[in-house]
Design a protein around this ligand. Structure first.
Ligand SMILES: O=C(O)c1ccccc1NCC(=O)[C@H](O)[C@H](O)COP(=O)(O)O
Length: 261
């Protein structure tokens, strides 16, 4: 069993339990359902920098990254630094996140928020909207083409943007469909945890131009971003590089100022 299999097995149990505690009609009664959501894809298209900064306390590959920070301070710091959007990990068991993190981030900033989660059920999409997300992540490695289609169409009908994540050619080819906004290539091999930006570079030419291209994981230098831009990437998802510092917002600001030079 690889790490994704383990996460998904736990997630199925978690979602089944949650459905018995909070029903979809209860989620739909959230005031957040009324807000106009913000498009991360549009923000990336307009941006010169394209940074999506992540709130990430710990991870299966790195264990603890930073458990001492307040999510509201991190979100405000990222927004002040000028990021295009913030990715908020909501998985508890493997990443130390929660839906409370999403709500607190929502209360702190007015820029697009991605619910970074292992979505395996439409319930989690309604939950994302109800707790203030603007964007959901769908991971091709854990979903069938049919599920990607149904889940992305549901998300679009609720006003959410969809970022579809792939790791290889096979996942990319099974996933391409008009209900996606952004195609993300994850540079982290989730079986070995090895990170290589070549994954983004190799897959780039097979991603149709209709989608905003996002490179995810293992990005920590200006040179890396400059290199990825040459392959058409407009978005860069960065977690650990900012979160391992005492002040991720300042880390993001220094990085963005350097990119703008
Ligand atoms: O980060 C992990 O160890 C990980 C393990 C298993 C599934 C997903 C994982 N990460 C999720 C992500 O996509 C990253 O948090 C995100 O791309 C940021 O990566 P980084 O900049 O390397 O922190």
């Amino acid at each position: 069993m690889n790490i994704l299999d383990k996460i998904v097995a736990d997630k199925r149990k978690e979602v089944d339990l949650k459905k018995t505690l909070i029903t979809i009609p209860q989620l739909e009664a959230s005031v957040m359902m009324e807000r106009t959501s913000l498009s991360l894809a549009d923000a990336l298209r307009k941006s010169n920098t394209g940074i999506i900064a992540e709130h990430k306390r710990r991870s299966p590959s790195k264990s603890v990254i930073n458990q001492n920070l307040n999510v509201q301070d991190v979100a405000k710091g990222y927004a002040d630094a000028g990021v295009c959007g913030i990715s908020v990990l909501t998985d508890g068991k493997y990443f130390g996140g929660s839906l409370d993190d999403l709500v607190l981030a929502r209360a702190s900033v007015n820029i697009p928020l991605l619910r970074k989660e292992f979505i395996i059920d439409e319930y989690q999409i309604v939950e994302a909207r109800a707790y203030g997300a603007d964007v959901i992540l769908l991971i091709a490695a854990i979903l069938s083409r049919e599920e990607i289609k149904t889940f992305s169409e549901t998300a679009k009908s609720m006003g959410l943007d969809v970022l579809l994540e792939v790791h290889n050619e096979e996942e990319l080819h099974k996933s391409i469909m008009p209900s996606l906004d952004m195609l993300g290539v994850n540079n982290r091999n989730l079986k070995t945890f090895e990170v290589s930006l070549d994954t983004s570079k190799t897959l780039s030419e097979q991603i149709p131009d209709d989608f905003v291209k996002v490179s995810e994981s293992g990005i920590s230098s200006i040179e890396a971003i400059q290199g990825l831009r040459e392959f058409g990437y407009k978005g860069f998802l960065i977690g650990e590089n900012f979160m391992k510092t005492d002040n991720p917002g300042v880390g993001a600001k220094v990085f963005i100022d350097e990119l703008n030079k």
